[in-house]
Design a protein around this ligand. Sequence first.
Ligand code: PLP
Length: 410
Amino acid sequence: MKETKYETKLLELPYPKNDAYGALSMPVYHALAYEFETAEEMEAAFCGLTSEHTYSRVTNPTVQYFEERVRVGTGAHGVTALNSGMAAISNTFFTLAWSGCNLVTSRHLFGNTYSFFVNTLGAFGVEIRFCDLTNAEEVAACIDGNTCAVFAEVITNPQMEVVDLLTLAAVAHERNVPLIADTTIIPFSAFHASDFGIDIDVISSTKYISGGGTSLGGLIIDYGKFDWSHSPKLKPFADASLSAFHFKLRKEIHRNLGAYMTPEVAYMQSLGLETLSVRYERQAAGCQEVAERLQSMLGVVSVNYPGLPENPYHEVSKRQFGTNPGAMLTFDLDSRERCYDFMNRLKLIHRATNLFDNRTLIIHPASTIYGTFTPEQRAEMDIHDTSLRLSVGLEGVDDLMEDISQALAH
Ligand SMILES: *Cc1c(COP(=O)(O)O)cnc(C)c1O
């Protein structure tokens, strides 16, 4: 039988209840509480015997529809939408971790994720074990009976390191430990995380999904494949549902932390989902072309993008993410002063953080995202003073290259 295309499934997903006015797009339900006909129905809803909405910190019709679209689009078991990528990461680890456990990851991490692990989780008695995730033996040596998870970013931001996910998943799974990955850099329209052994996927939907920097959001996607009876913390819930992780997250953690997505954000990001694959293909192809053309420009010392054949991660990246691996690249000039001078001369490209806006954005990571880190921390994390990060938007590539070339010419 022919498989229905992901976009078709997502666009045609029916609403759980008919809209009174036949609205074609999901209305924004700004309701906070929901009324019941009887006390008995109220009891059933509050005790989880029915799936009626009760209170919008727990579920909301508009947010649930967005979650359902993501679930249909990814084939996942459970999807939870939160109000930022960091909320997705923190809710995931408050579900998984316990005092006295350890978490195996790399120092090549998004700045706030690194700080969340070291400072926030660290204060609750979680040991963060940093290793080289591209070295299977090192990873294996870090895992023990108290490891709650292995965590990786699929393309690290901004080092652009690409880990071989099937190898990493094998090392984790042989030791009965789940693999959690941040897949923000490659959207699920182009990359099937569960085919590469990822058990739980965390995403900053602020980036590609929001549809052009419209809103902050985060997603936790549970593929329902890991056997949680191996987790000392989640074992008691392993019989309660197909996924003890999703059960614990939805029944306890997300309610207690109170970082659920808001309905207006779910509306915007639901629209973003409708055009995700088209925007991504255009932006990633544009990024590939910018990377190729940057290489031969005078003043550019190196270009770091796994889509380039000479990049050390090219083969593994191609196997996992296809020909154009995302719309972010970094490049080096010969000094920090040159980087600042170049940035200040740009006329079209925007000096702003964020990734995968429809506009092209540039940032000097060492002095901004990592500006308050110590020089030693920056060195350990491979954050260089000479690097610039570029997120390629939907403008014409010739227009972008003209701007880059005039700014480099000085
Ligand atoms: C932006 C980003 C985050 C954090 O997401 P927010 O939505 O800003 O909270 C996490 N991981 C990666 C890889 C990111 O790029």
